[in-house]
Design a protein around this ligand. Structure first.
Ligand SMILES: Nc1nc2c(ncn2[C@@H]2O[C@H](COP(=O)(O)OP(=O)(O)O)[C@@H](O)[C@H]2O)c(=O)[nH]1
Ligand SMILES: [Mg+2]
Length: 276
């Protein structure tokens, strides 16, 4: 996956005042969890769109240096169902999600919907994903990206490699897309497997979470969800670094392949026992 958009311009961002909207009832089991690292001003629209669809919404500011922590805290001061968790140093997407999972579990929540902070993910699909999770609380609900015609070809095609690996590593489990981060996870199994190893802390989080949760027996449900690719001029920001992150993803699939080979007899036995 290439770095397709330029880095965030070094300008301070502040949250514009938001208009009052109809308030969704606050869930006591499911929350929206948004890991965020230097997203620029797009984060405010992302948070407003998520809050218009769901409550509560939590954002983990992961050592951002773009001023968004301050703007988000201002928003949260006006909105009791928006919570900002601050990490002083950037630790990576997976580490930020784990931080949010720990806090969510401590507060009694059982599921999180993760979405990106940069406006690429469809807030309007939150309700459908949460409903699917409430109907099947044992399952993970995975977003299957629906690309618009302007989606970068390399991004669309490149993920097929990761998807093919994920299919192999799970003996053909139905992971519709291994990379898309718009998902609902049951907190307990995800937290348990992240606590027991030190991987999945950066961009390796999304594919490895899907594969390891399959190994743990968590069922998969796939739901379509459009993905947007705003241009840099429209506030699009990517922290994906082609060399660094492809090395990270290659190493991730190498260790997942090794893990798969070790588990193969057990995965085959489980499949035979289930009759599929
Ligand atoms: N907490 C945290 N989140 C990150 C980090 N890097 C990326 N993210 C999150 O992951 C999402 C996807 O990253 P992004 O840079 O947009 O990558 P791309 O969408 O694959 O180009 C962002 O919107 C953030 O929500 C990071 O270092 N820390
Ligand atoms: Mg992005």
């Amino acid at each position: 996956m290439p770095c397709r958009r330029r880095r965030l311009p070094a300008v301070p961002v502040t949250a514009p005042p938001e208009a009052a909207a109809a308030e969704p009832a606050a869930s006591t089991s499911h929350l929206v969890l948004i890991p965020s690292y230097n997203p620029g001003a797009a984060v405010y629209a992302t948070l407003r769109a998520a809050r218009a669809q769901w409550a509560p919404v939590w954002v983990v500011v992961d050592g951002s240096t773009d001023g968004s922590a301050q703007g988000l805290q201002e928003m949260a001061a006006r909105d009791p169902l928006l919570r900002v968790l601050l990490l002083p140093v950037n630790g990576g997407k997976g580490a930020a999600v784990l931080h949010g999972l720990e806090a969510a579990a401590a507060a009694g929540y059982t599921h999180v919907l993760t979405m990106d902070s940069d406006g690429q993910h469809p807030a309007e699909r939150i309700g459908a994903f949460m409903a699917a999770s409430q109907a099947r609380p044992d399952a993970m609900i995975l977003g299957k990206p629906v690309f618009a015609a302007d989606a970068p070809r390399l991004r669309v095609q490149g993920r097929k490699i990761s998807n093919a690996w994920a299919r192999l590593e799970t003996l053909g489990a139905d992971i519709g897309d291994s990379l898309y981060g718009f998902r609902v996870y049951p907190i307990a199994p995800l937290r348990a497997l992240m606590r027991h190893q030190r991987w999945m802390r950066r961009f390796d989080f999304d594919p490895e979470a899907a594969v390891r949760l399959c190994w743990a027996g968590v069922p998969v449900r796939n739901l379509p969800a459009p993905v947007r690719y705003p241009s840099a001029d429209a506030g699009g920001v990517s922290h994906f670094r082609y060399l660094r992150d492809n090395i990270l993803l290659s190493w991730m699939h190498t260790r997942l392949l090794l893990g798969f080979l070790l588990r193969l007899p057990w995965l085959l036995w489980r499949r035979i026992r289930r009759g599929r």
